[in-house]
Design a protein around this ligand. Structure first.
Ligand SMILES: [Zn+2]
Length: 302
């Protein structure tokens, strides 16, 4: 079974808790991922909203050092995506919170040089670039320059965590596809009406641009009484398929960044999830797109 996951916070947790990427007691470890035929994982470095300026830059660099040391130490299991090495796990480095650039375009180019290929522009608060899900305001003048430079460099823009205003500013000024790496749909009469979830118009904008939406396994964004456990994941997929998102849906687990629903509590749960979705009536063709092919095609192209 092949998996492509657009978001986890594991490397930052390894840094904070002094755990090892290879083997640990967290949601995700290389040993768990290596049981799959292939596992492409976007590893995000999360910049908390209390870090700005040089503090954010230094924090990013420290965690990125840990990431590359972990890749080097575990070269039997993981390699950098696109390097052509035949390892079970392929890693893509991402940054969750554009503050890691320290508020400058030179800082952004530094992130690119360190291998960042996807940037979640904000976390939940405002930063130098724009407004997060729990704050007001759209893209700042610097944010406009930042987004344009991301497109020029070839860094994928990730709109997860943006508030609606910043989302639409991004949609207006970008020309390339953008993604919501770990966001669910705000569906069923607003039962899922969490500020981190996407509304129908946002979903269609991502679809029309050829982007991706990574399904988040977080309890708060997914679970509801009517559809417990994996049925809630199936409900998300059904809704997105009805909106014509067959080539848009991907996985964005949020492992080691959230409390998961019980049935998706670690990366080793994905085979069960796949089988449960099969029994809910989804075809292998659709599930293979969601679990791997859509994201793989997207990253191949860029
Ligand atoms: Zn997040």
């Amino acid at each position: 079974m092949k998996v492509f996951d657009l978001h986890c916070d594991t490397i930052g947790e390894c840094y904070k808790q002094q755990k090892r990427l290879r083997s640990n007691d967290m949601h995700l470890s290389l040993e768990q991922l290596s049981r799959y035929e292939e596992y492409c994982q976007v590893f995000a470095i999360w910049i908390t909203d209390d870090k700005r300026g040089q503090t954010a830059v230094d924090y990013f660099d420290s965690v990125a050092d840990l990431y590359y040391n972990s890749v080097e130490e575990n070269a039997d299991l993981i390699s950098v995506y696109g390097s052509g090495k035949n390892t079970p796990v392929k890693g893509i480095l991402a940054c969750e919170g554009g503050s890691a650039c320290g508020g400058t375009l030179e800082g952004l180019r530094h992130l690119y040089d360190r291998g960042v290929r996807l940037i979640t522009l904000t976390w939940n608060a405002n930063n130098e670039i724009g407004g997060g899900a729990f704050s007001e305001g759209g893209l700042t003048p610097f944010g406009v320059e930042f987004v344009k430079e991301c497109e020029r460099l070839g860094i994928v823009i990730d709109v997860s965590h943006l508030n609606r205003e910043t989302f639409w500013d991004v949609a207006k000024i970008t020309t390339k596809p953008f993604v919501a790496s770990h966001s669910n749909a705000d569906i069923v009469d607003n039962v899922y009406g969490h500020k981190r979830n996407l509304d129908e118009v946002q979903i269609k904008a991502i679809r029309d641009r050829g982007g991706l939406i990574g399904l988040n396994f977080c309890y708060d964004f997914l679970q509801q009484q009517e559809y417990p456990g994996l049925l809630s994941l199936g409900e998300q997929i059904r809704y997105l398929l009805a909106l014509g998102c067959e080539d848009v849906i991907a996985l964005g687990s949020d492992y080691d960044g959230c409390d998961m629903i019980e049935d998706l509590k670690c990366a080793c749960s994905l085979e069960n999830a796949y089988n449960s979705l099969l029994s809910q009536g989804f075809s292998k063709e659709i599930l293979n797109k969601i679990f791997y092919e859509n994201a793989q095609r997207f990253f191949e192209k860029i």
